[in-house]
Structure formats: C-alpha cells, structure tokens
Design a protein around this ligand. Structure first.
Ligand code: FPP
Length: 257
C-alpha cells in the first residue's frame, strides 16, 4: 500500500476496483448460451477502460477470474481461458494506442503456457504506458494474497531477516500483490449481489462500496458516472470523526483558495 489516500470531497476515485458480475444472466435473459454474455463482458471491459481514462481514473482493477471460478463446468472454464487469451492478443495494440499499462495479479502458474506467455508479453509491452494502470485479477483470491504474504514473511523470519515483532501492517502490506499502488477508493459490483467474494480483502478495508443491479455487459459510462457521483457524496473518515474530517477539508479549501 502506498499510504491510504484521503481524497477531498467530490473527488474522483484514483483507484477503482470492479467485480464484473452478471454475464451469464445477461445471456439467459436473451435466451442465449452463457458464452455470449462473456463476449459482451469483454466489450464492456473495453468501454469502461476508455471511460476511466477519460475521467482521469489512474488505476482500474478488474476481477476477471477468481480462485474459486475453477469450480465452474470445465467447458466454461476453457471458454473463459480462450477468451482471455484471444482478448489479450487482440487488444494489445489498442492498449498501446491508449497508453494503458496492463498488469496481472493472481497465481498465474495455473494457466496454460500460451496464456502465461501472452500475459507476460502484454505486461512487458505496456510497462511504460501512463494513461491508466489496468490490473486484471486472474486466478486471484484475497485469501490467497494474504497467505502468500504470510509465507514470505515467515520465510524472512526463518532466514533471520526480520523478527516477529517487526511484522506490522505496513510490512505485511508490502508483500501483497498491489503493494505499490494506492488502495481502491471505490469498489463497484454489478449484477445485484452484495458481497466481496474473496476479492481484495485486505485492500478494501476503507474502500467505499457501491452495488448496482446493472448486469456487467450493460455497464457503461453513464453507470460509471452514477457510481462516481455516489462516491463523491460519501465522507471518508478512516476512523476519524466527521467533525475532524470537515476541519481538515476546510483547511485544504483555505489553502487552495
Ligand atoms: C461473472 O459473470 C463474470 C466472470 C466470472 C468472468 C468475467 C470475465 C469477463 C468479463 C470477460 C473478460 C475479461 C477480461 C479481462 C478480458 P457470471 O458468469 O458469474 O454471471 P452470472 O452471475 O449472471 O452467471
């Protein structure tokens, strides 16, 4: 975690995290097989990445495939893997053109070599892009992330590099997947369900949560604006009182006047 950011009221989120839910229902509503929903989901990804760039959102983290999604029928898992591979290969030039830096978090060794190679190629090719950082969580789970950080710390203690007393929240955070990025300011979940589903468990501690009935393939720039408007209404207190936050905001307003 770079330090927890405290944006002024009415600010845009710097970092937006999304659970893209509802592809299957979108397809079912149209009497189509589920793959059609996932294909439309890819179009929504493209739309939302561009909308985020236009709005100056610096980081977009998308939950593409959870550690638990392997439990889906094999044909659907295979289809999703194919879709990821095709999309990555197809979108690379658009990512470059729009200066999108893409990065993956999650246990990638479970993926086929071809997908791992495409992930590596996309990350390398876009590493210096500056318009937005697009983080794709693939074979990711919040618990997995916490466990792998705990393992790293345990190894370091075993090697005498660290004492147990030196393990602080900051030290822990440095071993997590998003250690070099600010925590998400806003979390959106589409598709009606109101849960975190093992997404960024540690990093969402102070994130504003926004749930919408909109199914992911239908999610567009206007939906994003609605979520950002709701975010702008929230008072982020990070454990302080509302009065303390207002005082800080007054001082900041005074400084910038
Ligand atoms: C949830 O809908 C969606 C997924 C598990 C897959 C998400 C994948 C995409 C949107 C495809 C493209 C992503 C990238 C990054 C290229 P669901 O199948 O759970 O829908 P349901 O709850 O209506 O069944």
């Amino acid at each position: 975690m770079a330090a927890t950011s405290n944006p002024p009221a009415a600010a845009m989120p710097r970092h937006l995290a999304i659970i893209m839910d509802g592809n299957g229902r979108w397809a079912r509503q149209r009497f189509l097989p589920r793959p059609f929903g996932h294909r439309e989901g890819v179009k929504a990804v493209r739309r939302v990445v561009n909308a985020c760039v236009d709005r100056g959102i610096e980081i977009l983290t998308l939950f593409a495939f959870s550690s638990e999604n392997w439990r889906r029928p094999a044909w659907e898992v295979n289809l999703l893997m194919k879709l990821f591979l095709i999309s990555l290969r197809r979108e690379i030039s658009a990512l470059q053109q729009n200066k999108v830096r893409i990065r993956f978090i999650g246990e990638r060794s479970a993926f086929a070599d071809s997908l791992q190679a495409a992930i590596h190629a996309a990350e390398t090719a876009t590493a210096n892009n500056t318009a937005i950082t697009l983080v794709i969580a693939a074979n990711y789970g919040g618990r997995w992330d916490i466990v792998q950080a705990a393992r790293q710390l345990a190894r370091e203690v075993q090697q005498g590099l660290l004492t147990p007393e030196q393990i602080t929240a900051e030290q822990f955070d440095r071993r997590l997947s998003l250690h070099d990025l600010p925590e998400p300011d806003l979390f959106i979940r589409t598709g009606s369900e109101q849960r975190i589903s093992n997404f960024l468990l540690w990093q969402l501690a102070y994130t504003e949560l926004y749930f919408t009935d909109r199914l992911w393939p239908d999610f567009d720039a206007a939906d994003l604006d609605r979520a950002c408007a709701a975010f702008a209404q929230r008072q982020r207190r990070f454990g302080q009182t509302g009065e303390q936050v207002e005082q800080v905001e007054q001082v900041e307003r005074g400084r910038s006047a």
